[in-house]
Design a protein around this ligand. Structure first.
Ligand SMILES: [Zn+2]
Length: 221
């Protein structure tokens, strides 16, 4: 289904369809939508997530003959509660305690992702998807709902924490793709843009709906 085939003088030419599947909000261990309680929306699942969810994503990629990008939120992968020191990262602030999400599933799923990089590509989505100030949730983690970028200091601390969570879990190396949480984003702002910052962390591609982003300048040709 993912390939167009054209027969011509006994020669068959196969053209892959120009589709790149991106699945966001991967990485939560808890499924519950916590938005009524100032927590993340998560996936809305009524159970916890587990390794089998990643096996299903791998099967999907294989059936599509496609490497699937996983827009990951890594906040619940913390083994050392490091997010308590990252401003705005969680609804609990300095009281952040991730022990409920620390278990054997971290190692087994990290190993699975490491061994299935041909079908599952880790992309950065965020730590906990939103931004919290004085315990109140504000959409979203890197830009507000008007497409105004949060401070460079905040962004750097969140990007570095994402990298630390990848390393602490022995997950595949730095991602090359970023998917803005809630599609709140901006571009065209030159050296002040998030793109410039992301580039410094090895992330050169942003996958989003640009019509919903704040545009400081025209879209580059
Ligand atoms: Zn999302």
């Amino acid at each position: 289904m993912s390939t167009l085939q054209v027969a011509l003088n006994n020669i068959t030419i196969s053209l892959p369809m120009p589709i790149f599947l991106v699945i966001e909000d991967v990485g939560w261990w808890q499924g519950a939508d916590g938005s009524a309680d100032k927590q993340p929306f998560r996936t809305g699942f009524t159970r916890r997530h587990c390794l089998d969810d990643y096996r299903a994503l791998d099967r999907l990629g294989k059936k599509l003959h496609m490497r699937v990008a996983l827009g990951m939120v890594l906040g619940e992968w913390g083994r050392t509660n490091l997010l308590k020191d990252i401003a705005g990262a969680t609804w609990l602030g300095s009281g952040w305690d991730n022990h409920i999400n620390q278990g054997k599933w971290l190692d087994e799923t990290a190993r699975y992702l490491y061994n299935h990089q041909d079908t599952l590509e880790i992309a950065m989505h965020g730590l906990c998807h939103e931004f919290w100030q004085d315990g109140l949730m504000d959409r979203s983690e890197f830009h507000d709902s008007n497409g105004t970028m949060r401070s460079e200091q905040i962004l750097r601390s969140h990007l570095e924490a994402f990298g630390t969570l990848l390393a602490h879990n022995n997950l595949p190396a730095r991602p090359r793709l970023f998917i803005p949480p809630a599609l709140h984003h901006s571009f065209g702002n030159g050296k002040k843009s998030m793109q410039a910052l992301l580039h410094g962390y090895g992330i050169d591609y942003v996958v989003t709906d640009f019509s919903r982003a704040r545009q400081y300048g025209p879209t580059p040709a």
